[in-house]
Design a protein around this ligand. Sequence first.
Ligand SMILES: *Cc1c(COP(=O)(O)O)cnc(C)c1O
Length: 395
Amino acid sequence: MTNHFPYEDIVKAIKSVLPENLPVVPLHEPNFNGNEWAYVKECLDSGWVSSVGAYVDRFEDLLIEYTGVKHAVAVVNGTAALHVCLLLAGVKPGDEVLVPTLTFVATANAVVYCGATPHFVDSAISTLGVDPTKLDEYLQETVTVNHDGCYNKVTGRPIRALVPMHTFGHPVDLDGIVEVCNKYRLLLVEDAAESLGSFYKEKHTGHHGLLSALSFNGNKVVTSGGGGAILTNNEDLGRLAKHLTTTARVAHPWELRHDLVAYNYRMPNINAALGCAQLEQLPSFITQKRILAKRYQKALVSVSGATFFTEPKSARSNYWLNTLLLDQNFVGQRDSLLEILGSNGVQARPAWTPMHRLPMFQDCPRMDLSTSENLVSRIINIPSSAVLGGDVLDA
Ligand SMILES: *Cc1c(COP(=O)(O)O)cnc(C)c1O
């Protein structure tokens, strides 16, 4: 007996949530109905568009206020934020860093920028992020831990850090992750690029890591055009993060002096102006996105063949990208469903190609990645713009 995959029911259920007056509903669109024009205009009128300006400080203050993390440093993009987080965590050439294979390429690229090697780990079905139980079992066999850290018995290299990522905005099992990090003496850096507005047990994501990275790219929950931020509760690291991202300039009224080879990663004021206007609207964007997710969930609950992915236990997600998981027996149908959705004016996307299958990472060390492989064959992201959850569709 072969089951029929109910394409039409799925497309119908998704479309029932979406506006009818759009020829194509995009996967994720920014919304500029706040103070964006006013703040950007103020930058242009004042001439303060570049890497110094009041909006950068204000942007950082707003991030601190919203996330509750003590220090925030605004940078040019999320990838740069990850790079500096890893440098500050002490990742050195010859190290290995544990990263999920199910992530955007920036997570693994940032490891290589430090001269280190990504070591790929598997995800859990329940969170779509790093599976701490499976990772613990793997590390038990693969590493030795001594007074100065964790070593890969196979390669002989130090494993310095673990970089979990909150996939599509859904927080990973941070308690489990912290336990693994403590047990194996790994530093924790959170890739929170997708999880601004997502909370784990009442705490905003990005609190558990020594350092965390945010992104404000155009497709994220809020955007500054391009942008990112480094978050940390550690004052020294906060100060160093700012120093390393501002060419390590030594404070002086007129002398130009630098005390390290550092980076020109500071967020420009004009981007921060856009970002401030966006952050003011973050709570309402999250409300709208959660309403949209609820609608999808309701519309898809009675449809067979696929389920709507809901937030993990102990988490409140921003539902950055809404996710459909095809049933196990329909894994072969992903691309056909993507095509049918596309021809119905619904922009949908698969998950990323897993990192271990990209040419530059093919030879990197890895654990068994079967759950991630399976997830990639079953994930479909569907339209997720905040505006789709609100009553401002005609604006
Ligand atoms: C968006 C994103 C980043 C950073 O991206 P930038 O475009 O450099 O801001 C990093 N990691 C993940 C998982 C992301 O989704």
